[in-house]
Design a protein around this ligand. Structure first.
Ligand SMILES: Cc1cc2nc3c(=O)[nH]c(=O)nc-3n(C[C@H](O)[C@H](O)[C@H](O)COP(=O)(O)OP(=O)(O)OC[C@H]3O[C@@H](n4cnc5c(N)ncnc54)[C@H](O)[C@@H]3O)c2cc1C
Length: 390
């Protein structure tokens, strides 16, 4: 049941709203590398190609960060999609820890590039359960299990020198991760596009219709390039059908509220096993998402419009995070990619075409790391680290 049109709360930010559109691709261009998708990952690939002194053309179907990269929760959380103490079981602990350290470095890199106003290193809170008293016995029992899991995560991170503290406060109890950060995701992507756009040629509103050997085509133009990087998370299996089965598209949904008392959420907060999340900006607006596991089957879709059922769920969540009523101003959704073992993909799909994606709902930091690995694979033939599926 579709109930709303996506209107993205982050886009109300004055800097985002005032950013002019980039041109459509309307020529035949030649470059060393063509990057398809200008979200956080594609822009990292563009930046890496620029750093190497090579020429690059980037194209996006919509504007910069038209997809999940401009529509997400804005959480910059260290670690893989699966908490490191659990990822360690399937991927090998060293591999999971190595990715954890890479993601923390990525936050520092982003903060250096964009400044502390865009990348706010305020930490994050992982709650056991949700704010407020449990609503029933099942919720109380689940909270106890999650509390034990927080203990296990605390033990594992402390043992391996990753900063973590116990959190007990007005929201409940859990962990505080001081090295994590928050952002308006659209600000991040537009900021990177401005930096790299001084050297790279970046085009918007140019959906790629064909990816051939050394050639990328859109309705209005084309790019000849020795290497093509496809940096698309959700709908990667639509653009590159040969990846069906290796990555599957799901929809995630969010909403934004009118301002409530500023400072209720001093940092990004996520609870109930990370399924529910909220952050508050300096004006007091709250950005809330979640519910995917409650509506699992219907959310396996390439549709990107919000639904009444999930939005209703998130709206009552918003009330729990702020302990009071909220007025919803924006509702939206976007596509992300999931992989069978939660390892992101970095893989050569066709000769000269390398794809990255499948970040399992947390690609803000892993995406750029994967995108740089995709460039290294495509240019140097360097095999991606073991925390990627190849
Ligand atoms: C509601 C929601 C909340 C989330 N919360 C978080 C969070 O708090 N923290 C976190 O780390 N992750 C979060 N994620 C996941 C995260 O947003 C994504 O993993 C990440 O943004 C992926 O970025 P990307 O650049 O790889 O891909 P995308 O953002 O998917 O970008 C791909 C780009 O490719 C373009 N494109 C697609 N097809 C074509 C084509 N044919 N031609 C040209 N261009 C094309 C799209 O327009 C898009 O701009 C969330 C996702 C959602 C949807």
């Amino acid at each position: 049941m579709t109930g709303y049109r996506s209107v993205v709360g982050w886009d109300a930010d004055p800097v985002v709203a005032a950013t002019p559109a980039r041109p459509k691709l309307a020529d035949h261009l030649t470059a060393d590398v063509c990057v398809i998708g200008l979200g956080g990952s594609g822009l990292a690939a563009v930046g890496e190609v620029v750093r190497r002194g090579l020429s690059v053309v980037g194209v996006d179907a919509g504007r910069v960060a038209a997809g999940a990269a401009g529509r997400n929760g804005g959480f910059l959380l260290g670690g893989p999609a699966v908490a490191v103490h659990q990822a360690g079981v399937g991927w090998g602990l060293e591999s999971a820890l190595a990715l954890y350290r890479e993601t923390l470095d990525e936050i520092s890199r982003l903060q250096e590039l964009l400044g502390p106003e865009v990348i706010r290193r305020v930490g994050s809170i992982r709650l056991a359960g949700l704010p407020g008293e449990p609503r029933d016995e099942d919720e109380a029992a689940d909270r106890l299990r999650e509390s034990a899991d927080c203990d296990e995560q605390y033990r594992m991170l402390t043992e391996h020198g990753i900063a973590v503290e116990r959190y007990v406060g007005p929201l409940g109890s859990g962990l505080y991760l001081p090295d994590d950060a928050a952002m308006n995701p659209a600000r991040r992507a537009l900021g990177l596009a401005e930096i790299y756009g001084a050297t790279a040629r970046l085009y918007e509103s140019s959906p790629v219709t064909r990816i051939g050997p050394g050639q990328v085509s859109t309705a209005g133009g084309s790019v000849s390039a020795g290497l093509v990087i496809v940096a698309v998370d959700g709908r990667l299996d639509v653009l590159l059908p040969e990846l069906a089965g290796r990555v599957r598209t799901a929809r995630l949904q969010m909403l934004a509220t009118a301002p409530v008392a500023p400072g209720l959420l001093a940092c990004p907060v996520y609870g109930r096993w990370g399924y529910e999340y909220a952050q508050q900006d300096s004006s007091g607006r709250v950005f809330v998402g979640g519910g995917r596991d409650r509506f699992l089957e219907q959310e396996w879709t390439i549709d990107t419009e919000p639904t009444a059922q999930v939005q209703h769920w998130i709206e009552q969540l918003a009330g729990r995070f702020v302990a009071g009523p909220v007025e919803v101003t924006h509702r939206w959704a976007a596509s992300v990619g999931y992989t069978p073992d939660a390892r992101p993909l970095v893989t050569e799909v066709r000769p000269g075409v390398v794809a990255c994606g499948g970040y399992n709902g947390t690609g803000n930091l892993v995406g750029p790391i994967a995108a740089r690995a995709a460039v290294a694979l495509g240019i140097d033939g360097v095999r991606p680290a073991s925390y990627f599926a190849t």
